[in-house]
Write a protein that binds this ligand. Sequence first.
Ligand code: COA
Length: 625
Amino acid sequence: MPKPCAFVKPCHLVKPVSATRISGRYLTHQRSLPTLPVPPLQQTCERYLAALEPIVNAEELQRTKVLVDEFQKPGGEGERLQRALEKRAENTENWLSDWWVQVAYLDYRLPVVVHSSPGLVLPKMNFSDKHGQIQFAAKLIAGVLDFKTMIDNETLPVEYMGPKPLCMNQYYQVLSSCRIPGLNRDSIVNHARSASPPKHITVVHNCQFFVLDVYNSDGTPLTVDQLCGQLEHICNSSKQTNLEPVGILTTLDRDSWGRTYQNFIKDKTNQASVSAIQRSIFTVCLDGAMPTVTEDMYRSCAAVQMLHGGGSQWNSGNRWFDKTLQFIIGEDGTCGANYEHAPAEGPPIVALIDHVVEYTRRLELEQTSALKSSTVPQKLHFNISPEIKSDIEGAKHAMNKLAQDLEIRVVVFKHFGKNVPKTYKMSPDAFIQVALQLAFYRMYQHSCSTYESASLRIFRLGRTDTIRSASSASAEFVKAFDDVTKQNTEKVELLENAVKAHRWYTNMAISGQAIDRHLLGLKMLALQEHSPVPPIFTDKSYSKALHYILSTSQVPSKTDCVMCFGPVVPNGYGVCYNPMEDHINFAVSSFSACNETNAASFAQTVMEALLDMRTLLEQTPKAKL
Ligand code: COA
């Protein structure tokens, strides 16, 4: 097993900007942010065609050019929709965000587990038994409450991208919130700003849920010792392991869960218990064992635990996957989180977790008060009708099938991190993305539609747009790389072009000028009018462009962790990476039902691509500084 705590780098706690509450600070900041622009129509049309070049064939591209010309012609459908979109932008805080949450998350009908909710694998912590698990959980809860104080007091420091301040809204959406399943569409509830905000968290142990009040009657948060006492009580009251794992229902596809949910909450006890989970500030999952694996598979097994719990025989029932934030702690020092994606992207979640990890580390050095908490955790009860019992069995079966199907590999690329690309004056993120393109080409001899998340948080309520990493420049580079007839100097030039093209696209995406959300906005307007959508949206090239065989995301952190998620198409890969200064953590996923994909091989090929790209730079005088 990896050395405990070896990967926790000293990092700084987030410090509040003031010791006391600053009412209105959050809104004042938000109002000062620019609104998301609507890019010019012609610019998007041109860039759309350019983005298609490496991923569609000549015939498809020709057909799409005709459709795009028709769409953007003066007085045409495109101009009309563009005007309507500009009008929407004038009358809303963010023309995109509500649509995006709806289309990308709430209307999505596959299970949130694996298909939407990311997992986060933290470094292995320094404990290996129940006592250690409880102690660590108590510190973690205290750390989250410490962060929550900054949210409640509006004293969380504003984040920046370069000189630009970022939208902080996502921090206000991740605590005390939950997804609610619906028929055809889900919804989100957020109790943080309600008249009586919740004062409890939910703890789940052996698939049994408990309400744990985390504030004393005087409003102070429970101390670590008080929390330990409460968690011990919970563990002692839930030793039985053969109860119905109601939480597994949240792994169902959303339509099935929506139907079951209506039925389930007809029972008053169930309704009250579910409501307590939904209202809670967050959930802590005290997990049972996971399968024993070799040391080199430890992180991959931890990723499985964070992403889906391993199946019904392991920890998948020890969850409420609708809950926005679930912290997961095993008995063996494994810990991490799973989060429901609709309210936020990875970076705010990781910033919160960075703070919590550092907080738990510092607490080790401090003595805390031995006061006992006056309240006792309250167990949540559920009445399981024969129909619900059968739904639970169905959920177990589907979850186990999904767990079997998902392949995930967490690998640490130890040879270099951001340092090497920086030495060659290249954007590290672009360098990694070009390596992903090279790896894919080496395995499949063509380029594919590739998604990388770009943050739109310089805009008010900004979420993400897509960086299309497969460019004509990257396609030229990957074709040339293993071509023995090409000189190294030419390859280096092509590499530099590919990296520059990627950085150019990134800059355009983070400044609200990318193509994907703009096209989505135009399509949404056409759909809202119930008029036939323009043919560019029913075109084969458009479906190809949205079939992201490579779905990728950088989620950087101070702690040496890695986020992970599933592929977004059956024949695709999910690739999440955390570039540290001298190494890179990767989590690569694929579905084993697909014969064409293999997470382990792709992870290996990516590492080889990175090394080969460095060798090329080292061996080519032009590239040397
Ligand atoms: N020469 C030398 N150094 C360079 C460089 C160059 N040409 N280009 C960049 N760098 C440096 C940067 O200054 C930065 O330095 P730091 O390590 O001191 O911070 C570092 O390299 C990283 O820059 P880069 O690799 O270019 O990436 P980025 O930090 O600009 O991130 C994105 C790019 C796309 C990941 C980021 O803009 C983004 O949008 N992130 C959010 C993604 C997201 O939401 N993911 C979650 C989805 S759930």
